[in-house]
Design a protein around this ligand. Structure first.
Ligand SMILES: Nc1nc2c(ncn2[C@@H]2O[C@H](COP(=O)(O)OP(=O)(O)OP(=O)(O)O)[C@@H](O)[C@H]2O)c(=O)[nH]1
Ligand SMILES: [Mg+2]
Length: 421
């Protein structure tokens, strides 16, 4: 079985912010010092880096859970908690990071070295030193650190190359790559020698471009039959296709029928059929090739698709073919990265839920219990702050929308209180 992996699900979570601290200055002979509780540190970010060293997502089969460290809590004497280090996840260039549930593209690691923050760590909470006012000299509360929700992600590798080689198995795609680039893919006289995409760089008259060799396609490949389907994603991000044919028909198939079969596969997969294309009529050294070449020329006359006869085994005929490829690439637009959507807009909304159970308005959300935990309910200042926080987070509005009126009971974690506007 191939160890090539180009689609995986993982889970990640940026660090939570550290809690602010409640503390009062203590010193010999000083009776009541001011508040000196420091702030919590920021949680570590989840960062993705596009690595040129990696070529598959195989590493993610063994490690699927990524958790960045939390920020540390603040402490007395105005000490701020340490922030969490970012957690850096390396993935191959061309990896697309999606939100698993919605399928939305969050990141496209398009260029080598790209360093992108996927999820920010939570902010640290303020320590009580921030809450002293002339009228409130001993604030008995601090702010909790911001909590971060875990994310379920799907990673998909879609190689990025200028040119993709397509064709039936055994027609000579890998041999072609080995002739025009320094890549040394496995070449052998059986079907599906190539099981994972190979990339190489072609240098031609001062131009250079990346070429991708993928496993052979068979009929039905676009429907998921055979091996080929999975690999079509690796030519989706190419600007031009080289359609390789065994023009000699050495395996008993008619190269013209091969041509149509591959075009059907490309069409079924999406818009690949309309990708600019050049035909490489390979194995021209074998008997029967010239007649087939003449028939193919007739078939494609008027389509604008150029045909270049070559012998990959002998390394012959490639200069005109590669020049034609380079000339076409110069005219074609560059490959664009996928459009990225931010997952963050609706986060705040999702975080707080209001449900009505037996006339009690029940609040839930990741930050809610934390909020309750950080309130000192016997301290009036703390209660005021709690109320202001609920208002600022939009919770009061949400309760009102849900129908809550003055005096109704609101439950939050293990705490109940009366609703006041
Ligand atoms: N006679 C002749 N044989 C060739 C030529 N090009 C490739 N071959 C042979 O055809 C066989 C298949 O070549 P590969 O390059 O592995 O073919 P492929 O298209 O990559 O095959 P898969 O990876 O299985 O899809 C090998 O035995 C090659 O030596 C050619 O121009 N002439
Ligand atoms: Mg091959």
């Amino acid at each position: 079985m191939s160890l090539f992996v180009d689609k995986v699900s993982i889970r990640c979570k940026a660090g939570d912010g550290g809690n602010g601290c409640v503390s009062f200055h203590r010193e010999k002979y000083v009776q009541t010092g001011g508040p000196d509780g420091g702030d919590g540190g920021r949680g570590g970010d989840i960062v993705f880096v596009a690595s040129e060293r990696m070529h598959t997502l195989m590493d993610f089969r063994f490690k699927r859970n990524f958790v960045a460290p939390n920020g540390e809590d603040g402490s007395g004497n105005r000490c701020k908690g340490k922030s969490g280090e970012p957690l850096v996840i390396e993935a191959p260039v061309g990896t697309i990071v999606r939100d698993k549930a919605s399928g939305r593209v969050l990141l496209d690691l398009f260029r080598a070295g790209d360093r992108r923050v996927l999820q920010r760590g939570g902010n640290g909470g303020f320590g009580n030193m921030h809450f002293a006012t002339p009228t409130r000299q001993a604030p008995n509360f601090a702010k909790p650190g911001e909590k971060v929700q875990p994310m379920e992600l799907e990673l998909e590798l879609k190689s990025i190359a200028d040119v993709g080689l397509v064709g039936f198995p055994n027609v000579g795609k890998s041999t072609t790559l080995s002739v025009v680039t320094a890549a040394r893919p496995k070449i052998a006289n059986y079907h599906f020698t190539t099981l994972t995409p190979n990339l190489g760089i072609v240098r031609q008259d001062g131009d250079s471009f990346v070429m991708a060799d993928i496993p052979g396609l068979v009929e039905g490949a676009a429907d998921g039959v055979g091996l080929g389907h999975d690999f079509l994603r690796h030519i989706e991000r190419t600007r031009l296709l080289i359609h390789v044919l065994d023009i000699s028909g050495s395996e008993g198939r008619d190269p013209l029928e091969d041509y149509d079969a591959i075009m059907r596969e490309l069409e079924r997969y999406g818009d690949l059929k309309n990708r600019p294309m050049i035909v490489e009529a390979n194995k021209i050294d074998l008997p029967g090739s010239e007649e087939n070449l003449a028939r193919l020329r007739e078939k494609l006359a008027g389509t604008g698709i150029e045909i270049y006869p070559v012998s990959a085994a002998a390394g012959k005929g490639f200069t005109p073919l590669m020049r034609a490829v380079a000339a076409m690439l110069r005219m074609l637009p560059p490959i664009e990265p996928f459009f990225e959507e931010t997952p963050f807009e609706d986060m705040a909304e999702e975080q707080i839920k209001v449900e009505v159970e037996d006339g009690v308005y029940v609040l839930s959300g990741p930050s809610m219990q934390h909020l309750v935990d950080s309130v000192n309910f016997s301290d009036e200042d703390s209660l005021n702050w709690f109320h202001r926080t609920l208002r600022r987070w939009g919770v009061i509005d949400r309760l009102r929308e849900a129908g809550a009126g003055e005096g109704d009971t609101v439950r939050l974690g293990d705490m109940e209180f009366d609703f006041v506007e």
